[in-house]
Design a protein around this ligand. Sequence first.
Ligand code: OOG
Ligand code: NI
Length: 451
Amino acid sequence: MTRFVDPADIRLAFSEAMSAMYRAEVPLYGTLLEIVATSNARVLQDNPALNERLAAQGELDRLSAERHGAIRVGTPEELHLMRRLFAVMGMVPVGYYDLGVAGLPVHSTAFRPIDTASLNRCAFRIFCSLLRLELIEDVTLRKQAQALLARRSIVTDGALALIDRVEREGGLGTEEAEAFVLEALETFRWHGEALVDHATYEAFSRAHRLIADIVCFRGPHINHLTPRALDIDAVQAEMIARGIKAKAVIEGPPRRSVPILLRQTSFQALEEAILFRDGDESVAGVHTARFGEIEQRGIALTPHGRALYDAILAEAEQARSLGGKGYEARLTEIFQRFPDDLDTIREQGLAYFTYAPTPKAAMLPAGRQLPSGAPDELVADGWLEASPITYEDFLPVSAAGIFRSNLADAEAGSRAGASSQDEFEAALGVPCLDPFGLYLDQEQASLDMLG
Ligand code: OOG
Ligand code: NI
């Protein structure tokens, strides 16, 4: 029997190759990685218990490694191709994010691993957005966009052949996996030459800067990578201290003793030199697309917890105009309504946990079962230990904030056509998995193990 390389190992090699490519192309991103590594090391030094826990979970080695990146594609066919390409690395679409409601002409999913062992091996995911061409109002411009997109092919022939092979045979051998990583990398490379002349670029830019970014280039260049920060506030402060243009506010919940969901911030997209084609001539210009981001993840919330989070955030939204410090203070104040200790969060059914027997339960004589009762009672009586499940997905309001801060002018307002998850999934060829369902399965699987 042929031995196939574990898709998680292909993903790991791919994420490392992407990181090296991005550091070479965007030196400021390398600086961000250094700041994160230094800050993470300091946190671990100050917090031996955390150090021990992460060591026990095998998380120290890849602590500061990238957790996600993002791309934007132009057509349903391109989205479909991305689904096939990421499947080779064990990444499947999870979640549907409609960014139309935030005034952005895209909708998105995240390609990610879903089982715990695979996530632990390499948690790398790709946030992938699809342009909604129907939201370009100007018909001529829309037709021009369609024509440009129809002409490009974003995956190399080599990558396509290997994707076909995985679909036919079930996997890749070592050499093929190595070849796949190199070929796949080409799709996400930066192109310093636009496909269009400067006037066309400007016309797309005026319609929306995202449209220009997606339509005017040869492929879906990776627009950021995101390492994991143990103390996102410290990294944000250090970026500012070094004169790096960081976002004014950290997206997501405020700093708390029990981190929930996801906190994110970024340095703003850089202005980069681009050559535009004007007939036979090349004309120099600039484009802003690429940035660096950091993330800090907390516990995954149940629909009930998420509803509370969303309500609080909606209330805080009005305070955005207060800017950095004012917004943070207001956010912290409003978030008082969200319980900030693990027991209360669990008892109120706000978040997901896995359950395991305590040492007391392990000492029960052979054949004796745990007493019956709800997990909460068994935790209260010292039979079970509850551990928080980490949130592995994204947040639409936060994503919109990250998008906006990286588009030179912060366009707001709504472009909401009807939300079109059905169309998105038709293009993908598979449904987007429901994140809540995945966390619930994980919680249930831990309970089923108790027998
Ligand atoms: C994606 C922005 C969203 C996140 O982490 O929420 C995102 C993009 O700019 O293409 O990456
Ligand atoms: Ni991101």
